[in-house]
Design a protein around this ligand. Structure first.
Ligand code: NAP
Length: 281
């Protein structure tokens, strides 16, 4: 079984991006800029944002974090986004989720200029992705897609099952696999027989949030299995896939941690650079 090393893949992607930033700098005499807005003091959000900033600096991006207290008014955040939208030195804007309850998440997402929407959550980017046009692609499914392509460059005609239909993961993942000419089944909490669906799959992407939901006897021999889940349990962090069981049947499997997670931030950097490149055309 191939253990898909997300840390290594992310380091390789960052190295490629670092070279690309250096080339862009010599061509345009400026570098792509990423601005992250962080509201409140939730520890996981602070850790994510710190890691994003560190990775952005590592590849040579201009990076900035704007922090607000939990009590910040929605209007203040929306005004800041407008300011960043018209700032030419800012290529990508990300508002770290979750937001405090009094701030409307959708309003914030829609305030970001779609051409600077590095999370790929703006309805314009969602629509472009589903129409097969160029768009920003949400970072986690983009990372999953790049990992799958490393194992199997030609996905045409493969049967893929995506477990979970969130806007963040399942839905964009489905679009990426469709674009590669996979036959895709998207499953969710009302799916009648998830095991039977998974048994048909050459590729399974699990993004559910239920520890070890996908079991060893759900896996067709030689399937590629990508585990997006990050679940805290008494035994530490586990994915949505039962690693020990599934590793016996799968051709390739991502571990948790060290699989999809590291690719997510690397893909955020990629999206920032892609936004910059599109703005220079
Ligand atoms: P989410 O928004 O809660 O969506 C979960 C999806 O799973 C929903 O579509 C839900 O179906 C479906 N589901 C729930 N129970 C199910 C069941 N028994 N069988 C089949 N489907 C079921 O979750 P998310 O934001 O996509 O996150 C999923 C997991 O990925 C979480 O563990 C999260 O921590 C992790 N995550 C990891 C990364 C990373 O970088 N690695 C990034 C983001 C998220 P319904 O639509 O019917 O409710």
């Amino acid at each position: 079984m191939i253990l898909i090393d997300g840390k290594k893949a992310a380091a390789e992607l960052r190295a490629e991006l670092k070279e690309e930033v250096a080339e862009l700098k010599s061509k345009h005499n400026k570098v792509p800029g990423l601005t992250v807005i962080l509201i409140g003091d939730l520890t996981p959000s602070q850790i994510y944002v710190r890691n994003k900033e560190k990775s952005a600096n590592e590849v040579g991006l201009k990076s900035e974090v704007i922090k607000y207290p939990d009590s910040v008014e929605e209007k203040t955040v929306l005004e800041k986004i407008q300011e960043l939208n018209s700032d030419e030195t800012v290529s990508g804007i990300l508002v770290q989720l979750p937001l405090p309850k009094h701030i409307d998440k959708q309003k914030v997402i829609e305030a970001i200029d779609p051409s600077k929407d590095v999370d790929g959550f703006h309805p314009m980017n969602v629509g472009n992705l589903s129409s097969g046009y160029e768009s920003s692609i949400p970072c986690t499914p983009l990372g999953c897609y790049l990992l799958i392509k490393k194992i199997e460059p030609n996905l045409s005609g493969k049967k893929a099952v995506v477990v979970g239909r969130s806007n963040l993961n399942g839905k964009p993942m489905t679009q990426l696999l469709l674009k590669e000419n996979c036959t895709v089944t998207i499953t969710h909490s009302k799916t009648k027989d998830l095991k039977a669906e998974c048994l048909e799959a050459d590729i399974i992407v699990a993004a559910v949030g239920i520890p070890e939901l996908v079991r060893g006897d759900w896996i067709k021999k030689d399937a590629i299995v990508i585990d997006v889940g990050i679940n805290k349990t008494d035994n530490g962090i586990v994915g949505d896939v039962h690693f020990d069981e599934v590793s016996k049947n799968a051709k390739a499997l991502t571990p948790v941690p060290g699989g999809v997670g590291p690719m997510t931030i690397a893909c955020l950097l990629k999206n920032t650079i892609d936004c910059f490149k599109r703005s220079q055309i």
